[in-house]
Write a protein that binds this ligand. Structure first.
Ligand code: ASP
Length: 310
């Protein structure tokens, strides 16, 4: 059998087939097994250099990539814009070329500009993984979400998934829509019109999406409810009447938690604005898988590092 050409970049899930996503999830399972051992390390990427290039703040994603690279025995270097030549005006392209000359094999990039990882991929001969770019994409988050859903509910196909909140600013939502629809889930986007944007924009790319402005309606019969963080840093003024109003209509409040039922997964990519899009009760409910999402993030990132550079 012919091997498929090796993938060199994961920038979004739009160019991943169902089969490839299945393979990544299967590799993730093996990686999870490695992480359950007493010695959580295998030599798969020994001698490989991974550079974590984060131009935007991050806690869980950066640490998760770092732990993933270490668990595969790669060398990992953390690069932040502060204190680097980027502050002196070095362009992203120059920076990437420099990293290339220094021997980087994989670049993991987070950037506030949508599309920045494509630019990096054009000028870097190694592998590139997008760790979140502007509002565009966050493929590793979507993969860890798919993995967590499948782990808990046994499948993704035919599930009813509600994504609620600040969808217009959310790279997590976009990558999840690609992944979930490709894996056969029915996705409902639920948000006030100001945090959704024109419905026809969504439906032009994904005609099978359901659009809702009522969370109480959307959660009926849902298998998964995924709340998104209000992205205040990307928001212009005037999108919300008030936070209290938002919580009343779109928050996972204790009342909605009771309506949702125990068989429905509650998810959130973090960091959470507790008491705004999700109540502390919902975040810690028995059907909340928010901690599992964080844990599974390391295994998913190991799987990608391994598949791109192993
Ligand atoms: N951590 C996720 C991201 O980087 C979600 C968020 O920030 O709200 O996009």
């Amino acid at each position: 059998m012919e091997h498929p050409p090796r993938r060199h970049q994961v920038i979004d899930l739009d160019d991943l087939s169902t089969e490839e996503i299945e393979e990544i999830l299967a590799t993730t399972e093996s990686m999870k097994e490695v992480l359950s051992r007493e010695i959580k390390q295998v030599p798969a990427l020994r001698g490989r250099n991974v550079v974590n290039m984060f131009f935007e703040d991050s806690t869980r994603t950066r640490i998760s990539f770092e732990l993933a690279a270490r668990a595969l025995s790669a060398n990992i270097v953390n690069f932040t814009a502060r204190g680097s030549s980027v502050e002196k005006g070095e362009s992203l392209i120059d920076t990437v070329r420099t990293l290339q000359s220094l021997g980087a094999d994989i670049v993991v990039i987070r950037h506030s500009q949508s599309g920045a990882p494509y630019l990096v991929a054009r000028h870097f001969q190694g592998a590139v993984i997008n760790a979140g770019d502007g509002r565009h994409a966050h493929p590793t988050q979507a993969l860890l979400d798919l993995f967590t859903i499948r782990e808990r509910l046994g499948q993704v196909r035919d599930l009813r998934v509600v994504i609620v909140g600040d969808i217009v600013h959310s790279r997590v939502a976009r990558s999840n829509i690609w992944g979930l629809t490709r894996m056969g889930a029915h996705v409902t986007l639920c948000a006030p019109p100001t945090l959704l944007g024109p419905s026809q924009h969504w439906l032009a790319t994904w005609p099978n999406l359901t659009i809702s402005h009522s969370l109480d309606e959307a959660i009926k019969g849902a298998d998964v409810v995924m709340a998104l963080r209000l992205q205040k840093e990307r928001m212009q003024a005037g999108l919300l009447p008030s936070l209290r109003e938002y919580t009343r209509a779109y928050g996972i409040t204790p009342e909605r938690l009771a309506q949702i039922g125990e068989g429905t997964l509650i998810m959130h990519p973090g960091p959470m604005n507790e008491g705004v899009e999700i109540s502390p009760e919902a975040a810690t409910a028995p059907n909340s898988v928010i901690e599992a999402q964080v844990t599974n993030g390391v295994a998913v990132r190991m799987a990608l590092l391994y598949r791109l550079a192993g």
